[in-house]
Design a protein around this ligand. Structure first.
Ligand SMILES: Nc1ncnc2c1ncn2[C@@H]1O[C@H](COP(=O)(O)OP(=O)(O)OP(=O)(O)O)[C@@H](O)[C@H]1O
Ligand SMILES: [Mg+2]
Length: 277
């Protein structure tokens, strides 16, 4: 079982859209995927169905008074490989206070995630910002995927994000092999807009170019419609929209980068890890 966390410093960069559609594309490729919504605002539930928005979920499981079997909160979909867990009732946690990133919380997360080990991949959608619960989730993740909106000056937030990740890695210790960077993903790309090229060259000046994924997610109104209709974009039309194809390309690239074919427990040399240090 591999854990991939989608995170960003900034809000509204397309994390939830990426989480939902990438999870679906990977499930279509045959991987057993569990998509967990760890954003208290519940973007995944919003994107998927009205009914699911009512469901108990991830935050209920973090509540110390929880007596639910975590597996009972997994929601099956028509695609058997694609399963979900909603955010649930977020204000149950610590009397509504935001949880802190503590060793206890990390242990709790590890033990919770280990109960879903019959999946090949757990994708976790997080809220914007790298602190509190999101930081704890990143600390226990195998891989991080960082969506970056293709807009002028957007690359400016990247050094700060990378510093946060480097600090997290340092705190985890010299020997820590995770979390690794699955890569940085440009989202909401406008066709052959020259701004995209500028952003890419800015980013390449900041980090090793192999960390920038070749796949890009185009800006496409279909994504708005898919959110409203409550389904991954691939299900929106009889003919697969072009926007969905970008997620199939991304799924193939991510699958390769996170080495899904191998167990995430296997020890292996990792160039991405070293590049972050
Ligand atoms: N590639 C895209 N093309 C057009 N619109 C998009 C695209 N990706 C996302 N959107 C739209 O942009 C908005 C923000 O996207 P999304 O909710 O995925 O971002 P987010 O990073 O999860 O936001 P938050 O930080 O608030 O959780 C949504 O209305 C979504 O439908
Ligand atoms: Mg979101």
């Amino acid at each position: 079982m591999t854990t991939l966390v989608i995170s960003s410093q900034k809000g509204g960069v397309g994390k939830t859209t990426v989480a939902v559609n990438l999870a679906y594309s990977l499930a279509r490729r045959g991987w057993r995927v569990l998509l967990i919504d760890a954003d208290p605002q519940g973007g995944v539930g919003f994107s998927l169905s009205e009914k699911a928005r009512e469901a108990k979920g991830f935050f209920n499981l973090l509540d110390p008074t929880n007596d639910k079997d975590p597996r009972s909160l997994i929601i099956s979909t028509r695609l058997p490989e694609f399963r979900l867990m909603m955010c649930g009732t977020a204000d149950l946690l610590s009397g509504g206070e935001e949880p802190q990133d503590t060793p206890e919380l990390r242990d709790q997360l590890r033990s919770l995630l280990s109960q879903f080990s019959d999946h090949d991949l757990i994708i976790v959608d997080t809220e914007a910002g790298i602190h509190g619960l999101t930081r704890a989730i990143m600390a226990v993740a195998d891989y991080l995927l960082l969506p970056q909106q293709a807009e002028p000056l957007s690359a400016r937030s990247m050094p700060r994000l990378l510093r946060h990740i480097a600090a997290l890695r340092k705190e985890l210790g010299e020997d820590a092999s995770t979390p690794r960077l699955a890569g940085l993903l440009l989202t909401m790309v406008n066709g052959d807009d020259p701004v995209t090229g500028e952003i890419e060259s800015d980013l390449r000046g900041m980090l090793p170019s192999e960390l920038i994924l070749e796949s890009r997610i185009p800006r496409d109104p279909t994504f708005l419609n898919a959110s409203r209709a409550g389904i991954p974009v691939a299900l929106l039309h009889r003919k697969t929209p072009e926007a969905a194809e970008s997620f199939d390309t991304l799924a193939a690239e991510v699958e390769d980068r996170i080495d899904l074919a191998k167990s995430s427990n296997e020890q292996e040399s990792d160039e991405y890890t070293r590049l972050m240090d």
